[in-house]
Design a protein around this ligand. Structure first.
Ligand SMILES: Nc1ncnc2c1ncn2[C@@H]1O[C@H](COP(=O)(O)OP(=O)(O)O)[C@@H](O)[C@H]1O
Ligand SMILES: [Mg+2]
Length: 272
């Protein structure tokens, strides 16, 4: 019997980094959990609640990933949320709704790239559908479009990027991530470091508002979210990414996230 399927990718068959924390938290709550790959044809997706966790290989196969999500009956956050969130154009929508966001221009055609890049002193170009920092570059595109173009937020090198985890609508924990050397990408695979910090009210306030605005746009509750924040040159703390598809839980730095996620699973299973 399976209560919850935890969904990963073939590169991480046992689950996200430090998955043991989440596994133990689920066992403690008498929940039967199993890690499965989203593209495994032999999984019965109707056998329980389905929680996407570490499907970090879909960006080149996003249509296939979304088609899979639409076939899953009890998917946390759900396929419509994933379709919206895997396209970084959602940042423009959130800015238009009044949230502080890192300025973002969506560029579909290569001939429009120079103008967009030229509109900032220093620009960051990245794929419109991307993950794990792949294809993020300074000043020019490294891969095929469509792209999004943003100003390079300098404070990423000093203050870093922070992430607030919001589970069941409540901000509950925070990490601060810093890049290494000349990198701007804070992810571990580029040498970045992550530390747990006490959540600040400035960050949790923005995280809560971000989730509320996204819920209004989407017309649905968000079971889980990671809200990534950077301080803009104008001093305003701003949204750099809202992750409501496959946010890593940073279980080594924040083991409490494993317990909170397990509690959320218990609540959703009780709701049926
Ligand atoms: N405009 C920017 N200014 C400074 N750093 C950025 C900017 N955009 C991205 N980065 C850096 O690159 C990383 C990856 O970019 P991100 O937008 O989060 O894409 P992904 O979806 O691949 O995680 C960020 O975590 C941050 O460290
Ligand atoms: Mg990111």
């Amino acid at each position: 019997m399976t209560d919850v399927l935890l969904v990963t990718c073939s590169a991480l068959p046992d689950g996200e980094p430090s998955h043991e924390v989440l596994d133990a938290a689920l066992v403690d709550r008498q929940i039967n959990a199993r890690w499965v790959c989203w593209d495994d044809p032999d999984v019965d997706w109707s056998s329980g609640l389905v929680a996407v966790r570490s499907t970090w290989d879909y960006e080149a196969r996003v249509e296939e990933f979304l088609a899979w999500a639409r076939r899953v009956p009890r998917l946390m956050n759900g396929a419509a949320v994933f379709a919206w969130n895997t396209d970084k154009a959602y940042l423009v929508e959130l800015a238009d709704a009044g949230l502080a966001v890192v300025p973002t221009i969506v560029v579909g055609r290569a001939e429009d790239l120079p103008d967009a890049i030229g509109s900032f002193d220093e620009a960051v170009v990245k794929p419109q559908v991307g993950a794990g920092g792949r294809g993020v570059s300074i000043g020019s595109a490294t891969g095929p479009g469509p792209w999004v173009v943003q100003p390079l937020v300098d404070s990423v090198r000093t203050e870093g990027e922070s992430s607030v985890f919001v589970l069941g609508g409540e901000p509950l924990s925070m990490v601060r991530k810093l890049p290494a050397g000349d990198e701007i990408r804070v992810q571990e695979q580029y040498g970045g470091t992550t530390v747990a910090i006490v959540p600040t009210s400035e960050a949790t306030g923005l995280a809560r508002r971000t989730v509320e605005v996204a819920e209004q746009i989407l017309g649905t509750r968000l079971d889980y979210a990671r809200v990534d924040l950077m301080r803009r040159a104008d001093g305003v703390l701003a949204l750099s990414e809202l992750e409501v598809t496959e946010p890593g839980l940073y279980l080594s730095e924040l083991p409490a996230n494993g317990h909170a996620f397990a509690d959320l699973v218990v609540r959703l299973l009780a709701e049926g």
